[in-house]
Design a binder for this molecule. Structure first.
Ligand SMILES: [Zn+2]
Length: 444
């Protein structure tokens, strides 16, 4: 692992590269897409993920010296090796691997209800006493037990000493676990369990042993990164400033969490072209170069609506978000015709800006919302080129882009296929035979 300073310097280089020309809060760079972030991967976790994938290799096949070294250092158990608890010194490379794998185990314990099935020995998440500061390590179990019961202690997890989430009685403990703890040890480990359950138990969450986790995927480090990046705290995307700003400037209400998550992560989809993705990111985060904003920092810049000017409207108004995308007479004309031609719903600001055509049904809303996103993107292109949009051009371009998406993404294609918000043109039974908003162009 490079030094902290090197990691910091490299990370800053990448952050600056990514945010060049983009106003985006630093604390949102590494947040997941569906939580309104840019979804960057921290360099540290990236390296740690790679380290962990070497552990997976060592665990799967013992055919190399370095793998044997790990095996012996972990007392015959590669999967629960932790830094600071090795039976012998290893070189810097293996020590680096173990450091990363230790961090992984810490996060893995916190993920889902995994805390029930990971070994408690030397696990930093578990302890008793003030702030759980006394850990369940070799000192806790004592030299004698560590010598006579090391195999059992190494494997001991909370699931072994509980029944339906309740710690077994003192008399039962030995029978359940095979470890003859004394009275004091029993009450201490029971207290550690109570704290652990309070901290990590999640209703309905799954648990999986690390060995099972390792064999649940073929290769790569992505799965490790997912765990390494796991955080107990949850974001509330409905509290995101940008989400509330968008609702305010469009005079709409903030839709459901699922809807908002889909709106704010749509730009990250690989089946959309790059210009469209950049537009969507800027659109939803309200950082488009609109007239009323540009005029704040560019002297003598035109702040009036580009469409009103091109259309020679008698009193062009400042180009605001809401005006350009909705209430401008030029835009209204296009939107009304577009809805009449392709959409089963009436034009309405709430539906138009939130994409919430069937509230609570994201299978309907995702394709519907994307069609509207593309419509706004085309309007934005017209605005940039100071070109008057016509319904014929706009529909052609929207259909063209939707067709490309449908040939690229099977998942999206099916959503479009079954969306009830598009007017079907191929027969009355809406039989899902390709008729949709593509107005007879077929599916490419
Ligand atoms: Zn206008």
């Amino acid at each position: 692992m490079p030094s902290k300073n090197t990691i910091r310097t490299l990370s800053e280089l990448m952050e600056n590269f990514v945010t060049k020309g983009l106003t985006f809060a630093r604390d949102r760079l590494y947040r997941p897409l569906r939580e309104g972030g840019l979804g960057l991967i921290t360099l540290e976790q990236y390296v740690q993920g790679l380290h962990c994938s070497w552990f997976k290799r060592a665990y799967n096949c013992m055919n190399d010296n370095w793998k044997y070294d790990l095996y012996w250092a972990g007392g015959g158990n590669i999967l629960s090796i932790k830094k600071g608890c090795l039976s012998k010194e290893l070189g810097t490379v293996l020590t680096g691997l173990i450091d990363s794998y230790t961090d992984f185990q810490t996060k893995y314990t916190q993920y889902g209800n995994n805390y029930e099935v990971v070994p408690v020995l030397n696990n930093v998440n578990f302890g008793y006493g003030r702030n759980q500061s006394i850990k369940l390590d070799a000192n806790f179990f004592g030299m004698d037990l560590m010598r006579t019961h090391s195999g059992t202690i190494n494997k001991l997890c909370w699931k072994d000493c509980t029944v339906n989430g309740t710690f077994v009685g003192i008399r039962m403990f030995n029978e359940h676990t095979g470890i003859p703890l004394n009275r004091e040890q029993y009450y201490d480990i029971k207290s550690a369990y109570t704290r652990a359950r309070k901290k990590f138990f999640k209703e309905g969450a799954e648990h999986m042993q690390i060995a099972e986790f390792l064999s649940s995927f073929k290769k790569g480090s992505r799965k490790f990164r997912k765990i390494l990046g796991y955080e107990l705290k949850e974001y509330d995307i409905l509290k995101l400033t940008q989400v509330n700003t968008l609702a305010r400037i469009t005079n709409t209400t903030v839709p459901s969490t699922e809807r908002v998550k889909n709106m704010y992560s749509i730009w990250g989809r690989a089946y959309l072209n790059n210009d469209l993705r950049v537009f969507l990111l800027k659109y939803y985060n309200n950082i488009l170069g609109l007239g009323n904003r540009i005029a704040h920092f560019v002297q003598n810049a035109e702040n009036r609506c580009a469409f009103c000017l091109v259309a020679n409207n008698p009193d062009p108004v400042p180009e605001s978000f809401e005006h350009l995308f909705f209430s401008c007479p030029v835009t209204q004309n296009i939107l009304k015709k577009f809805f009449q031609k392709f959409i089963t719903k009436d034009l309405d600001a709430e539906i138009f800006f939130t994409g919430s055509g069937v509230p609570g049904n994201e299978k309907e809303n995702v394709p519907f919302s994307l069609a509207l996103d593309i419509l706004r993107y085309i309007l934005w292109q017209c605005k940039l080129n100071k070109r008057m949009p016509t319904i014929a051009n706009v529909s052609d371009e929207v259909n063209y882009l939707i067709n490309i998406i449908r040939t690229t993404s099977k998942e999206m294609s099916e959503l479009f296929e079954h969306c009830t918000m598009f007017i079907r043109r191929n027969g009355p039974d809406n039989g899902g035979d390709g008729g949709d908003a593509d107005d007879g162009h077929g599916r490419g």
